[in-house]
Write a protein that binds this ligand. Structure first.
Ligand code: KIV
Ligand code: ZN
Length: 391
């Protein structure tokens, strides 16, 4: 790697919640909601916001234009297929941004080449013409060979070289169907950096889908091999099993900076807020055990864990809840909880009990917890009041 860009430790975060994320069936967002999400993304330090697919609908065009006008810091990007009409429409929408980007793509794998019925040479010349056209409009052009991970390596090298020569400034390598695995994801980026002339003059991006649950691992492996842009969405929203989750890659790079020495510009304390917002507006609730943003990501129920947490949070937490914008971890009380957590909770509720009263409450708490999934504050107050009156 000869280009300083490739050796730098800064990883660009490209968020596509409003484009690939919104393509999840049923996740459609209103114009106003998109503007709100874009403002939050901009505020949290996302480098590039893919705001939509301007030719897809009048609504998408309007949303991308409005986001382009509103953005303060982020580059605003729109998606376009490999034809002049799409690219012109995309430019019309993003040109209002302080820092616009056109993202144009075409499927390069054998299965995808068959759809427009182009042979390899015809497709190569389409790529040359469309990237050149985009670059004549905008000096920031991203090009993607869709289904790159199932494209023949020789052909992939050939078309990536054409796109670079035609003026693309970012080359995105999509794992469109979530098919790759970490070692292969890294090898693909390394292969392109080594074989494609001019590869050191552009940024390579990784765009992973989560069909086999490996999107985060694949993205990080690509970074280790030299990619410097990660494409991702809030909560991993996206088609089928979703895209790489922004919160996962960002927190992985922060928490394991000792072994992955790369940094992003994200203010991680804004993560919870935007996660909740995206869940609400998309109508896609976050699964309880989702990494980083799930309801249980900082919750500990078992007695051993709660006792450890009360003594030293690092015993069972690798990051602080405040790092992601939560005020504190939670120690929900259930049948696995122990005396230490019960005592701490009762103290919070204003009950400082003598040992024998605590013992009695603990026995009755366990009996209740066997019948109920979670024991809430009101349940505890009732238990204590009951033990006081029956004493
Ligand atoms: O998954 C994919 O291939 C895409 C492209 C449009 C970049 O989303
Ligand atoms: Zn995608």
């Amino acid at each position: 790697m000869t280009d300083p860009k490739q050796t730098q430790d800064r990883v660009v975060i490209f968020d596509t919640t409003l484009r690939d994320g919104e393509q999840s069936p049923g996740a459609t967002m209103t114009h106003h909601e998109k503007l709100e999400i874009a403002a939050l993304l901009d505020e949290m330090g996302v480098d590039i916001i893919e705001a939509g697919f301007p030719i897809a609908s009048e609504g998408d065009f309007e949303a991308v234009s409005a986001i382009a006008k509103q953005a303060q810091n982020a580059v605003i990007c729109g998606l376009a297929r490999a034809n002049f009409k799409d690219i012109d429409r995309c430019w019309e929408a993003v040109r209002h941004a302080r820092r616009p980007r056109i993202h144009t793509f075409i499927g390069t794998s054998p299965l995808h080449r068959a759809i427009p019925n182009l042979d390899m040479d015809q497709m190569a010349s389409r790529i040359h013409d469309t990237v050149t056209h985009a670059r004549n409009l905008c000096d920031n052009v991203q090009w993607s060979p869709m289904d790159a991970t199932r494209t023949e390596h020789d052909y992939l090298c050939r078309v990536v070289e054409i796109a670079i020569k035609a003026g693309a400034t970012t080359i995105n390598i999509p794992d469109t169907v979530g098919y790759t695995a970490p070692r292969e994801s890294a090898a693909l980026i390394a292969m392109l950096l080594e074989r494609v002339p001019g590869a050191d003059s552009v940024i390579f991006a990784t765009h992973c889908h989560n069909d086999l649950g490996m999107a985060t691992a694949n993205s990080l492996a690509a970074v280790e091999a030299g990619a410097r842009q990660i494409e991702c969405t809030i909560n991993g929203l996206g088609e089928r099993a979703g895209n790489t989750a922004l919160e996962e890659v960002v927190m992985a790079l922060k928490v394991r900076n000792d072994i992955m020495p790369y940094r992003t510009g994200i203010d991680t304390t804004k993560i919870m807020n935007i996660s909740r917002k995206v869940a609400t507006v998309s109508g896609f609730p976050v699964q309880f055990n989702k990494a980083i943003v799930g309801k249980n990501a900082f919750a500990h129920e078992s007695g051993i864990h709660q006792d450890g947490m009360l003594k030293n949070a690092e015993t069972f937490e690798i990051m602080r809840p405040t790092d992601v914008g939560l005020s504190e971890s939670s120690l929900p009380l259930g049948k696995h909880s122990g005396r230490a957590a019960l005592r701490a909770k009762l103290r919070d509720l204003g009950y400082d009990m003598a040992e024998n009263q605590l013992n009695d409450t603990f026995v009755r708490f366990k009996a209740l917890a066997d019948r109920k999934k979670e024991v809430f504050d009101d349940d505890l107050v009732a238990l204590v009041q009951d033990s006081t009156t029956s004493a």
